[in-house]
Design a binder for this molecule. Sequence first.
Ligand SMILES: *[C@@H]1O[C@H](CO)[C@@H](O)[C@H](O)[C@H]1NC(C)=O
Ligand SMILES: *[C@@H]1O[C@H](CO)[C@@H](O)[C@H](O)[C@H]1NC(C)=O
Ligand SMILES: *[C@@H]1O[C@H](CO)[C@@H](O)[C@H](O)[C@H]1NC(C)=O
Ligand SMILES: *[C@@H]1O[C@H](CO)[C@@H](O)[C@H](O)[C@H]1NC(C)=O
Ligand SMILES: *[C@@H]1O[C@H](CO)[C@@H](O)[C@H](O)[C@H]1NC(C)=O
Ligand SMILES: *[C@@H]1O[C@H](CO)[C@@H](O)[C@H](O)[C@H]1NC(C)=O
Ligand SMILES: *[C@@H]1O[C@H](CO)[C@@H](O)[C@H](O)[C@H]1NC(C)=O
Ligand SMILES: *[C@@H]1O[C@H](CO)[C@@H](O)[C@H](O)[C@H]1NC(C)=O
Ligand SMILES: *[C@@H]1O[C@H](CO)[C@@H](O)[C@H](O)[C@H]1NC(C)=O
Ligand SMILES: *[C@@H]1O[C@H](CO)[C@@H](O)[C@H](O)[C@H]1NC(C)=O
Ligand SMILES: *[C@@H]1O[C@H](CO)[C@@H](O)[C@H](O)[C@H]1NC(C)=O
Ligand SMILES: *[C@@H]1O[C@H](CO)[C@@H](O)[C@H](O)[C@H]1NC(C)=O
Length: 828
Amino acid sequence: MCAAWGLCCPSGIVMLGVLLTGLLTHLADSVYISLQPKDNITILIKPGDVIPPPSSCYICLSKTNCKSTTLEIRPGMTVDYSFACSTPEKFYVMEIQKRIDCNTGLCPFGKVQLEPSGLSGLNRTFFWHVEAARNMGIELNFSTPWLSQIDPSYKCPDLITYRVSTSVGRSSINIGTFCRSGTVSRIKVQGGGVVALELPWNETWTESGFSIANRSSIRRLCIIESTFLSESFAILMSAHYPVGFPNDDLMTWQFVVPFHHSATVEFLNYTSPSCDRKDERVEYYLPNYKYNPEVLPLDGKQPANIVGNFNLSLQNCDLDSQNQQGLTLLFKVTVQQTPTQGTRIYNIDLTKEKDITVNIKQRLLGTTCKICKAQMDCNEEFTMTGGAFHRISFLCYDLSVLMTTVVKTIACWDLKTCNINNEPLSIHASLLQLPTQVEITWNLVAPKHISTEIASSSMKLQQAVSGKPCNSTDLGFLYNIVSSDNKSNFQIGTFCPVGPIEKVQLRDNVTITLSLQSKANISHLLKQDLRVSFVSRIEEECIITVVPAPDSTVTLQTPNWDDGLPDTVSVSWNIGMPAKQFGKLAFAKDRMDIMCETGRAFINIKEQKSSGPDIVLKDYDTFPSSINLFYPFWFNITNCKPKSRSQKLQIQFSVMFTQTKSGLATILIAAGGAIAAVIFIIGVAVCCARKKKKEKKSPVGIYNANVKIELSKRQRMQRKGRKQKESHVYAVIDDTMVYGHLMKDTSGLASPEANVDVYQPFQGPMGEAPPVPPLNRISKDKVNEDSFASSIRLNEFYSFTKSEFNEPVEHEDTSMMAEQGNGPVVSA
Ligand SMILES: *[C@@H]1O[C@H](CO)[C@@H](O)[C@H](O)[C@H]1NC(C)=O
Ligand SMILES: *[C@@H]1O[C@H](CO)[C@@H](O)[C@H](O)[C@H]1NC(C)=O
Ligand SMILES: *[C@@H]1O[C@H](CO)[C@@H](O)[C@H](O)[C@H]1NC(C)=O
Ligand SMILES: *[C@@H]1O[C@H](CO)[C@@H](O)[C@H](O)[C@H]1NC(C)=O
Ligand SMILES: *[C@@H]1O[C@H](CO)[C@@H](O)[C@H](O)[C@H]1NC(C)=O
Ligand SMILES: *[C@@H]1O[C@H](CO)[C@@H](O)[C@H](O)[C@H]1NC(C)=O
Ligand SMILES: *[C@@H]1O[C@H](CO)[C@@H](O)[C@H](O)[C@H]1NC(C)=O
Ligand SMILES: *[C@@H]1O[C@H](CO)[C@@H](O)[C@H](O)[C@H]1NC(C)=O
Ligand SMILES: *[C@@H]1O[C@H](CO)[C@@H](O)[C@H](O)[C@H]1NC(C)=O
Ligand SMILES: *[C@@H]1O[C@H](CO)[C@@H](O)[C@H](O)[C@H]1NC(C)=O
Ligand SMILES: *[C@@H]1O[C@H](CO)[C@@H](O)[C@H](O)[C@H]1NC(C)=O
Ligand SMILES: *[C@@H]1O[C@H](CO)[C@@H](O)[C@H](O)[C@H]1NC(C)=O
């Protein structure tokens, strides 16, 4: 081996203590070096730049031949030297110069040997002068773990440093200074170059760490290849950094990016040269990019989210020789993992949309997702507006941390001119294909005198109620409806697709938010048919129209569930009745669980026929266990102002629709003219002023007579927190009011509508429970719950209301109720 490399291993011969002068304190091991002529290696052992060797530290070739100047070992020479001190590494360095001729066919492709091997004890630098014709590029292939570039004035942590340089004209150009371990896998230099490898004195490395791989024209100063194997980044510098890139020269970086990863280029620092002619510029070849080469100014945004291999070239101008300002560039390439769908470019067509804003940002802080304008301009937040076409991509591994918020405003300031009637709440399909979470909000804005109607004729909605989530969650989308005036928001509720709710009318401004889970089925979503109309003002907070399917059970609950129905707010449900069916209404709990401070909270249930009786349930009532209804009916709730904030009015109820036959026995008892159903009336009903107005009856008793007139405007329907002077206004009407229409309709009998067959006189044997005489006005205070409940249980059918007022109830008459016949049946 030794002979082959023209070198010999250290002899290890110890020069036994012959001290020539008193200055020599120690003679270290001697080193024997023999260089073969054909190897073209020259070794210089010379004093380092740092500390000049002291007189006690000479290089000695023999006992008598010691000096402190450079020792040059040329090809063909054999030398045996030693130092006269124990720490020569502090004062001497070694340079090993080797010429490699690649001008001819002799160019030794393949691994470059570190020779002579076995050298150690001094800081040493191996120089390989690879000679090539001016137009010839030499490819230096570095072995793994490759290299990382550093500023030439910095040191590598392990002090093992590569410097690659070349010469342009007479001057040497530093291509770069590198440490071990990085992304720089290959460097091509035009016209030959010098590779220098610096090793510290105690390093015993035996590899040069590179090979000469090819020889071809590259037509530029150099090409630096950076290969990424996984998520990482590389800092790179222009040639001859920081002095300045050569005049009118060109260099290229090639980047190898792995699958499922994308790269971002970021210029950290640059200096623009003073140019005589032409401009300096950077030029990209990007994968799957139709505008290649993309030429960009140094001060522009650089590409991001580059999926696949790409290259970047730096072109200098004709420098102004008078000016010292050179071209430098320091940049960073970051490679991130991206899921395949993130690296796509998404075309978002908002050209036909107006009053729309689309914002994409991270839901969580501290993640590193970016949204890019096409592939260029990446930011942590991105906003698009209507009337334009947008191309975006994502630089993000976990796209689920991104949230797209679409806000569309539909406004109507004048019913006559705005002409918004059944306008679809459509979603542009390009927004739905985004791989992020998507939330779409429609702001329906109108002045006070205009209300909003949201209708769905084919899809329809179901309400997500407490304890009973929607059965359509697999469709992956739901709507949240919030009504708001200037002061407060009022949660109408969460609604899912496919259900019985056909229409929701809302008095105030409305915000409808469509939340899409990532698994949302787009084909279903595109079928959603919510439509919005602006209508003249309604007085209730909201009116919900429910059209149940036959044999279904509909469960509904009061809006603003979590905080309870706000003070004095009214909500109405208009509940339809499938043909030849009846509905059995049941409450989730048996009372309202609130105590009113002002006014009364009440539920008013009434079939929608002129003669239909009212069922009024008030805050202190125990609810019946079920109520049977035979016609489309209203279910209206009005809250009072509860005594304490902690009391929340939360009413959940369900209506089970079944064939009338199953309920026949009960109905017959209720309907039969012969046998009167017993109506259990306790106390006085409460009704509101608007109702009075509608039904053209005047109040018998008014809670606050002073504000009677105000009442008709129903201004008491305020939300929590809305303090108004009239907030305590309540009309309390006694039983006559509630039953007034019954009296009027005494003669009227059943209305000749559908379901008439149900109400035909009963002909068969009677049910078990004979009616019990009415118990008039059993106040809650007087009757304990148990006996009250059991009395109800004994008697199967009641329609009842209760009151805390003990005024006489003139017209209360059970026989009348019996005549009424087909009224709602309440069972306890
Ligand atoms: C050898 O290298 C070390 C580390 O870079 C340095 O501190 C020392 O001064 C060098 N020795 C000489 C003689 O240059
Ligand atoms: C050594 O140098 C001579 C003169 O420059 C050259 O002709 C020869 O090819 C070189 N040998 C090698 C192996 O590079
Ligand atoms: C570069 O060197 C490595 C190992 O040293 C080798 O596997 C690879 O094939 C070489 N590449 C080229 C292009 O020669
Ligand atoms: C060389 O010496 C330095 C301290 O001077 C030490 O940190 C380093 O680990 C040594 N390197 C080797 C390869 O022994
Ligand atoms: C050398 O480079 C040329 C041009 O780039 C290329 O065609 C050839 O395949 C390369 N040869 C090797 C061995 O890499
Ligand atoms: C950018 O370069 C200038 C000039 O070379 C230097 O003064 C400055 O410190 C550099 N800034 C950074 C962030 O590297
Ligand atoms: C840069 O990339 C383009 C497209 O892949 C290729 O045509 C061109 O040769 C590359 N240039 C260099 C210097 O690698
Ligand atoms: C959900 O339940 C309703 C009845 O409550 C029914 O009409 C509807 O078909 C159901 N939807 C799904 C997806 O099961
Ligand atoms: C609805 O919003 C508009 C615009 O902000 C406002 O002028 C109007 O008063 C709001 N309507 C209600 C009922 O608060
Ligand atoms: C809401 O505020 C707007 C002005 O900001 C005002 O014109 C409108 O009357 C207010 N509406 C309500 C209901 O207070
Ligand atoms: C979406 O729904 C359609 C129609 O029900 C169905 O054919 C399709 O498979 C669904 N797609 C997904 C991804 O669930
Ligand atoms: C319930 O509210 C609706 C809508 O405001 C109204 O038309 C209906 O008369 C009310 N019914 C009762 C019984 O209060």
